[in-house]
Ligand binder design. Structure first.
Ligand SMILES: [Zn+2]
Length: 438
């Protein structure tokens, strides 16, 4: 009996622990909930340094940054900053930005409410005293958050800054070359890169920052050559629609269902391909025959390529961009994917038997301009099912989904879009020319 009570208590404490620390950390990491992992700007990238300042390494990093004229953001451990005020001064004088990495380098999952709040407010006070600045970004040690940190008044509604590219430069086995290669390979527009200018934190190999310092010139010059521009976090306004936890949950369940759906589609198709935003499944056409404008007739049993849009990409776009821009970006991506498809048609034997590419869509505006024919869906149950499916999809993924769906209910009728093999081939030169102009 007593054993049961103890077990129950342990389970309850464990669940409370999961809710207190790991849950907000997961929401922040996966969905950028109250947090920034990457910023959507095609040419801006962000170099950040954690755990400093350190008299052995910080000056060397400042020297490299000065040589290349690059500005970075330093997330300082305030207790260490207090020991090296002269380094803080140099960071500020060089025009870099300063953020808080806590007062001590403590894992917040294991720190209580009051401890966390004090830790944050003390670190902010120390940084204010040292720099004269008022507001700072916050990055929790090891990226581990809890509710007390997320709701801390010292953040004043500012998002926590996490990262999207981590070359794990604290590890002994990572040398300058592997750090540089990793960073260069992983960086996209808007990436936030994290490196370390101290080896004092738990888990860091002694002398580890030396590899980062050696890697920096290569990272900076290679990314600059690719046209990226280094910025500090405050320089660029973050455009990130805030989603409610409810919407986040619905979207996650949805994406899970999508994976299952895709798995089934893959099973009933003989092969599948990916061209840009399209996933294409080669399968047999079922149901009534389709008479296409160019004379092609698709009979039941003919091979077709089923087109599916990658909803993960769309979801990402909706999270990052305004809805007007998403429509533009999407149509550009569809056009690019069509160009890739038309190029692949000669070199992919599986496509030789395909008569046409088909898909179901709710949004037909501008589709004809992309070279698709629109056909009514003949089967009633299929039509109704796809209508519900696609309306739900739009509602979940569109930031103003509900409004959009009820505003234009009349127009949101699913249609079958078809592009015959011939028209894809015929359009090829025109499309490729268009692609060059864009
Ligand atoms: Zn750290």
């Amino acid at each position: 009996m007593r054993g049961d009570v103890v077990t129950l208590l342990v389970v309850i404490i464990f669940i409370l622990f999961l809710i207190y620390g790991p849950l907000p950390t997961l929401l922040a990491r996966l969905f950028q909930w109250h947090a920034i992992r990457a910023v959507n700007h095609s040419r801006d990238i962000f170099l950040t340094f954690d755990d400093g300042p350190n008299p052995d390494y910080t000056p060397q990093i400042l020297k490299v940054l000065r040589e290349y004229g690059v500005k970075a953001t330093f997330f300082l451990v305030a207790g260490r900053a207090l020991r090296h005020p002269e380094l803080v001064k140099r960071i500020v004088e060089d025009g870099h930005e300063i953020g808080s990495h806590g007062e001590r380098h403590h894992a917040l999952w294991f720190k209580g409410w009051r401890h966390t709040q004090t830790e944050l407010s003390t670190s902010y006070q120390i940084l204010r005293d040292l720099t004269g600045a008022e507001r700072f970004w916050y990055r929790p040690p090891w990226g581990l958050l809890n509710w007390a940190a997320l709701t801390s008044p010292v953040l004043r509604g500012r998002d926590v800054v996490l990262w999207s590219v981590m070359p794990s430069d604290w590890r002994k086995q990572n040398d300058a070359e592997s750090i540089a290669n990793f960073a260069i390979r992983k960086v996209k527009g808007g990436s936030i890169i994290v490196l370390h200018d101290s080896d004092e934190s738990l888990g860091a190999a002694p002398g580890a920052p030396l590899a980062s310092i050696a890697a920096l010139p290569q990272i900076i010059s290679s990314l600059q050559q690719q046209g990226f521009e280094f910025r500090t976090v405050s320089e660029v306004p973050v455009m990130k629609p805030h989603l409610s936890p409810f919407k986040i949950m619905i979207q996650s369940i949805w994406m899970g269902w999508e994976h299952i759906f895709e798995w089934f589609t893959r099973i009933r198709s003989v092969s599948s391909f990916r061209w840009g935003i399209f996933k294409v499944f080669i399968t047999k056409h079922h149901g009534r025959s389709i008479a296409c404008n160019d004379g092609t007739s698709i009979q039941s049993g003919d091979w077709v390529g089923e087109l599916h849009l990658d909803n993960q990409i769309i979801l990402q776009l909706l999270r990052q961009e305004g809805s007007d821009r998403v429509a533009l970006t999407l149509s550009r991506m569809v056009r690019d994917a069509l160009i890739e498809m038309s190029k692949a048609i000669d070199t992919t034997p599986e496509l030789a038997k395909v008569k046409a590419f088909t898909g179901i869509t709710l949004l037909h505006r501008g589709i004809r301009g992309l070279g698709f024919e629109l056909h009514q869906l003949k089967s009633n149950w299929f039509r109704n099912f796809s209508m519900l499916y696609l309306r739900f999809l739009l509602r979940v993924f569109h930031p103003h989904g509900k409004k959009r769906v009820s505003h234009s209910r009349q127009k949101l009728v699913p249609m079958m879009l078809v592009m015959t093999r011939e028209s894809l081939l015929n359009r090829r030169p025109v499309e490729i020319k268009k692609g060059e102009v864009m």
